[in-house]
Design a protein around this ligand. Structure first.
Ligand SMILES: CCCCCCCCCCCC(=O)SCCNC(=O)CCNC(=O)[C@H](O)C(C)(C)COP(=O)(O)OP(=O)(O)OC[C@H]1O[C@@H](n2cnc3c(N)ncnc32)[C@H](O)[C@@H]1OP(=O)(O)O
Ligand SMILES: Cc1cc2nc3c(=O)[nH]c(=O)nc-3n(C[C@H](O)[C@H](O)[C@H](O)COP(=O)(O)OP(=O)(O)OC[C@H]3O[C@@H](n4cnc5c(N)ncnc54)[C@H](O)[C@@H]3O)c2cc1C
Length: 593
């Protein structure tokens, strides 16, 4: 194994790994939703008395709860969830019911066999009126026998694309009664006589989803850094082919194509890690603000968490696949760990808000800003969006001799986000002026709205990366991270080049310049690549990969891994004589006739 001069303490990500390992493990485990969604829901949606009752038991694992919101018929459109919770003032209870097959709760993690409680999202009816989806804390199974309670049908939904150690389940209620106080009462309330008290913000019930969306950003960083580690280490031991004839086979990591495949994933993993820290801080701060009655940051948090979740999960899915493909045939083996990591990471493109829907949620926020800009309003000193109000340089300057802190590159991203945001806003207005209603106009602009969101999120990720690297004082570490930053920024320039070239902002020459900077960065990163991934200090058991072993003994352990397969317990498998042997014997007999 090659070793560069120094290990690099790239990220102090113990808390991230602990979070991931204990909440998700690699492919999840029975307490995943309990820790990731049920406890955050209790923390943010239960009133004081309920927290006193439920939180210690939840933290102490006296029960296991999941988050049961999605139904067979609806996952995105929460307004149309069909499970009902109807208040009966006579008994001061809610009656939970699944009126249709499509109202069956479907997908909640650990619902099938592990959980005995659930946060259940149901349409709240009281005094004959529906008040929308609200969360209820409902017992599903007997705490001793673990049998489903009366009126409850629950089970596992069967094998999935991945995460098959998680018992995603289904759940039906047949007029199940639950006490009034099983409704989470921090924000909205139903009084004993049935009167409904609305929350200060009607989306505070959605806070558990916001938490996971924020957490997913760091989670995607984790998956990208793990799989880049596997790919870099394997590429540093795998020799295949020659660059200089006769000079002997090279490490495949020396091929520029290999570097161009893997190193941007490493850089993106770092970028996502840094933005993941930011959004989690914003989430925590906003939850504290809400506790103090200030809900002003809720829209910003929602918009940024939706956009970051959609962009980072999509790029992680693409990046994991690149790392797998970079490892050739052994990358296709379960021994590589890629199938496991990929099938977990790619689920995040869907769960916690399907990516297209999330991009469009952020776009709603951007359209409000575009309206304010068009109305000549000034920015509200909000670092995430203020750049949209500013006029940037009329032309791209990325190839200027000196670009302090990548200001010119960031301005290019800002230019694209500003242009796409304002152009799609203008189109929305124009379509409505031509007679379309807002919803139809929105749908007719949806693809461009998603592009504007991606451009805005790219700007945020890039600016955060630049700002965080700038804060590093250790020059030896800083110089290595700046190589990754350079790669990240110019790689992103080439990724959004069509948008930058479309209005003549960037020239073809400047696009060539960006590519040159990418190749330059690849060369600079190559000698440090193994040291960078070693500095993440992932344990072999976390990587789940023979290819990514820290000791680099891939081949011996690949054979050991294969030999340990149950198929190799005996030389001749029982089915052989029964089927193949018999078939060949008959074929030989026939050929003798
Ligand atoms: C690695 C770690 C792994 C961690 C391990 C994780 C394991 C797996 C866990 C998976 C768990 C799940 O999947 S749990 C289930 C996840 N399900 C989802 O995420 C459902 C996605 N759908 C939704 O969130 C909602 O339906 C929306 C946001 C799409 C639409 O909501 P809606 O109620 O219809 O609202 P809508 O009319 O669109 O918008 C009304 C206004 O509300 C605002 N709004 C909407 N939502 C929010 C919100 N959360 N917070 C603030 N504001 C909000 C909008 O900006 C808008 O403002 P304005 O523009 O009007 O001003
Ligand atoms: C691994 C996994 C774990 C999960 N865990 C949980 C859990 O623990 N608890 C829970 O409650 N749920 C869970 N879910 C469910 C998950 O949250 C939903 O699958 C997700 O919200 C998407 O909803 P859906 O499946 O109904 O897809 P749909 O909403 O039907 O979406 C299908 C397609 O239609 C598009 N679409 C839908 N609405 C719109 C729109 N308004 N505009 C544009 N396009 C739209 C979507 O983009 C998508 O392409 C899990 C799902 C998975 C895969």
């Amino acid at each position: 194994m090659e070793h560069a001069p120094k290990a690099i303490d790239v990220t102090n990500d113990v808390e991230m790994r602990t979070f991931n390992f204990f909440t998700m493990g690699i492919d999840g485990h029975p307490l995943g939703l309990h820790l990731d969604m049920a406890i955050p829901t209790i923390l943010n949606n239960a009133d004081e008395e309920q927290q006193k009752d439920w939180l210690p038991k939840a933290a102490n694992r006296e029960f296991i709860a999941t988050y049961a919101q999605t139904e067979m018929g609806h996952g995105t459109n929460l307004k149309k969830l069909e499970t009902t919770a109807t208040y009966d003032p006579k008994t001061q209870e809610f009656v939970l019911n699944s009126p249709t097959i499509t109202s069956t709760k479907w997908w909640p993690g650990n619902l099938g066999k592990s959980s005995n409680y659930a946060v259940v999202m149901a349409q709240l009816y009281t005094q004959g009126k529906c008040h929308g989806a609200h969360p209820f804390f409902v017992q599903l199974r007997d705490l001793n026998t673990h049998k489903p309670l009366k009126g409850i049908t629950v089970g596992d939904i069967g094998p999935k694309f991945g995460m098959n150690t998680v018992d995603n389940g289904f759940l039906q209620f047949d007029h199940v009664r639950t006490p009034r106080r099983s409704m989470f009462m921090k924000h909205a309330k139903v009084l004993p006589d049935g009167r409904y008290v609305p929350p200060v913000h009607d989306k505070l019930n959605y806070s558990a989803m916001v938490f996971i969306r924020a957490a997913i950003v760091s989670g995607m960083a984790y998956h990208l850094l793990v799989t880049s580690t596997i790919a870099v280490r394997y590429s540093a031991i795998r020799r295949q082919g020659e660059i200089t004839p006769g000079a002997g086979e090279v490490k495949v990591l020396d091929y520029q194509t290999q570097q161009h495949r893997i190193f941007p994933q490493l850089a993106r993993g770092l970028a996502f890690r840094l933005s993941g820290q930011y959004i989690m801080k914003l989430y925590t701060q906003t939850m504290d603000d809400i506790r103090n009655g200030d809900i002003s940051a809720v829209p910003d948090l929602h918009a940024l968490s939706c956009g970051l979740k959609a962009v980072t999960t999509h790029h992680a899915a693409l990046g994991l696949e690149q790392c797998r493909m970079a490892c050739g045939g052994h990358g296709y083996s379960q021994a590589s760990g890629f199938p496991l990591h990929y099938s977990v990471a790619v689920g995040a493109c869907t769960y916690e808000g399907e990516n297209m829907v999330m991009l469009l949620q952020t776009a709603r926020h951007l359209m409000k800003i575009a309206k304010a800009i068009r109305a000549g309003q000034s920015p509200k000193s909000n670092k995430i969006v203020d750049y949209l109000f500013h006029k940037g340089p009329p032309k791209c300057l990325i190839d200027q001799a000196y670009d302090t802190n990548y200001r010119n590159v960031l301005e290019s991203f800002e230019h694209l986000a500003r242009r796409q945001t304002l152009e799609v806003y203008d189109k929305l207005v124009q379509l409505q002026q031509q007679g379309r209603n807002y919803e139809q106009a929105w749908n007719d602009c949806a693809v461009e709205l998603c592009k504007a969101t991606r451009a805005h999120v790219r700007t945020f990720l890039a600016r955060t990366f630049v700002e965080e690297i700038d804060k590093i004082s250790d020059l030896s570490i800083k110089s290595v991270l700046q190589d990754l930053l350079q790669l990240y920024l110019y790689y992103e320039v080439t990724e959004c080049a069509t948008g930058l070239l479309e209005d003549g902002f960037m020239t073809g020459q400047q696009h060539k310049y960006a590519k040159k900077k990418i190749y330059e960065a690849l060369e600079k990163i190559r000698p440090n690549a193994v040291s960078i991934v070693d500095s993440f200090d992932f344990q072999d058991r976390e990587l789940h990969s023979v290819l990514g072993r820290r000791d680099g003994n891939v081949y011996e352990n690949l054979l050991k891994w294969a030999q340990s397969s149950p198929l190799n317990k005996t030389d001749v498998l029982p089915f052989h004589h029964k089927y193949l042997g018999k078939m060949m014997e008959e074929a030989r007999q026939r050929s003798k006739i």
